[in-house]
Design a protein around this ligand. Structure first.
Ligand SMILES: C[C@](O)(CO)[C@H](O)COP(=O)(O)OP(=O)(O)OC[C@H]1O[C@@H](n2ccc(N)nc2=O)[C@H](O)[C@@H]1O
Ligand SMILES: Nc1ncnc2c1ncn2[C@@H]1O[C@H](COP(=O)(O)OP(=O)(O)OP(=O)(O)O)[C@@H](O)[C@H]1O
Length: 353
């Protein structure tokens, strides 16, 4: 039972956070050198993991679809003095990291978590910083520069929804624009692939089939707008651990199923398959309860684990049905959101100025 005093304390904290949020975006992100961007989540309609390669990564054939659920990012770039960058490098503040080919790139990241999970990631560990550092090196940008980033997180971490990967791709899109490089430049795509298997997809967005380790675009499919409900227990699944568990009992997707998926021209015709799901369920048994709870309501054929978990998605008739299911799943103590499949990709929101 939450008493009134606690409720008031929470309201106070929320008011402070709201005031800080308003201040931050108003002072830093209006004006020249600033961009607002959309950073969508994804689901894998098909995830067919294959053999493990000598580098430890697995062959993967996947059909990914972007969701309307997205993080919002603001990116601001401006010249900096060498002193400012050098000072930041010695200060070791969690929200700041220094990189670039000559330790010349100062990146500050303000992470505002709206998922209720209290995600905290030091700037140096943030995939957004890794993306900026890697692109600055690939383009050999040596002038001192400050890049300020604000990430408003709506995508829960460790959900298999690709949130961090999407943020990294979105950062590449922002910097390509601010640094005057085409977003489809080979160096941008190569950096995306070097950051993680899921990053390249978000440069494409919509619905796409990828091969290699899941990082190589093979073709695009006509996207769908179907309503979706996402349900995630509090615990996450570590992607690397799920792959390790998969190797204990690798079960390939049946060739006929893979063939049918690869022949589908529309997202709507892709059968829902994920052969990483048993490994994730072995790591987190609550996933079985979530799957059964959703299957009882919408039919097992419409329910699938998102990538390596721990979110599960279900395709439903319309947004009202998704909202009702999200409400009911919330009452089970799970994080849940209604959303829909979408044609989104990591992209700049056009300015109204
Ligand atoms: C499960 C998926 O999300 C499905 O889209 C992806 O396969 C994983 O994509 P991701 O999170 O971007 O993965 P990465 O950050 O590149 O890799 C995390 C870890 O997953 C394992 N990994 C990932 C992709 C792959 N094809 N084989 C792997 O074995 C590796 O152990 C790696 O260390
Ligand atoms: N920008 C970021 N947003 C969220 N998490 C980040 C970010 N940068 C680094 N991370 C770290 O990465 C971890 C995994 O986050 P992410 O949401 O990408 O994983 P995921 O849901 O497993 O996605 P995927 O489907 O790509 O495997 C987080 O727990 C966090 O520590």
């Amino acid at each position: 039972m939450i008493d009134n005093a606690q409720r008031n304390r929470e309201a106070e904290v929320n008011l402070l956070a709201a005031a800080r949020d308003a201040q931050w975006s108003a002072t830093t992100f209006l004006g020249p050198g600033s961009l607002k961007l959309v950073s969508p989540a994804k689901v894998n309609l098909l995830l067919a993991i294959g053999a493990v390669r000598p580098d430890g990564y697995h062959e993967a054939r996947t059909i990914m679809h972007a969701l309307a659920l997205h993080d919002t990012m603001y990116v601001h770039a401006a010249p900096a003095s060498a002193d400012e960058v050098a000072r930041a490098a010695t200060e070791s503040r969690a929200e700041v990291a220094v990189g670039g080919p000559a330790e010349n790139l100062l990146v500050s990241i303000d992470l505002s978590d709206r998922t209720g999970q209290g995600l905290a990631v030091a700037a140096a560990d943030n995939l957004v910083f890794k993306a900026a550092d890697a692109l600055a090196r690939a383009l050999d940008r040596r002038d001192c520069e400050r890049v300020s980033v604000r990430i408003e997180k709506h995508i829960p971490a460790q959900g298999g929804l690709g949130g961090g990967s999407s943020n990294a791709a979105t950062m590449l899109v922002a910097l390509a624009q601010l640094w005057d490089v085409p977003a489809d430049d080979d160096r941008v795509v190569a950096v995306a692939r070097s950051l993680g298997a899921d990053v390249a997809f978000f440069l494409q967005g919509g619905c796409a089939q990828l091969g290699g380790t899941g990082d190589t675009l093979e073709r695009t499919l006509a996207p769908s707008r179907q309503a979706v409900v996402l349900v995630k227990p509090a615990d996450g699944v570590c992607t690397a651990e799920a792959y390790r568990r998969f190797d204990e009992r690798p079960t390939p997707v049946q060739p006929a199923v893979l063939e049918a998926a690869c022949a589908a021209a529309d997202a709507a015709d892709v059968p829902l398959v994920n052969n990483l799901a048993p490994a994730a369920e072995a790591l987190l048994s609550e996933l079985v309860a979530v799957r059964q709870w959703l299957a009882d309501r919408v039919g097992a054929q419409n329910v699938l684990l998102c990538g390596s978990g721990s979110a599960t998605f279900a395709l439903v008739d319309d947004y009202d049905a998704a909202s009702a299911l999200a409400l009911a799943a919330g009452k089970q103590g799970w994080w849940a959101r209604p959303t829909n499949l979408s044609g989104l990709r990591a992209a700049i929101v056009p300015s109204r100025r």
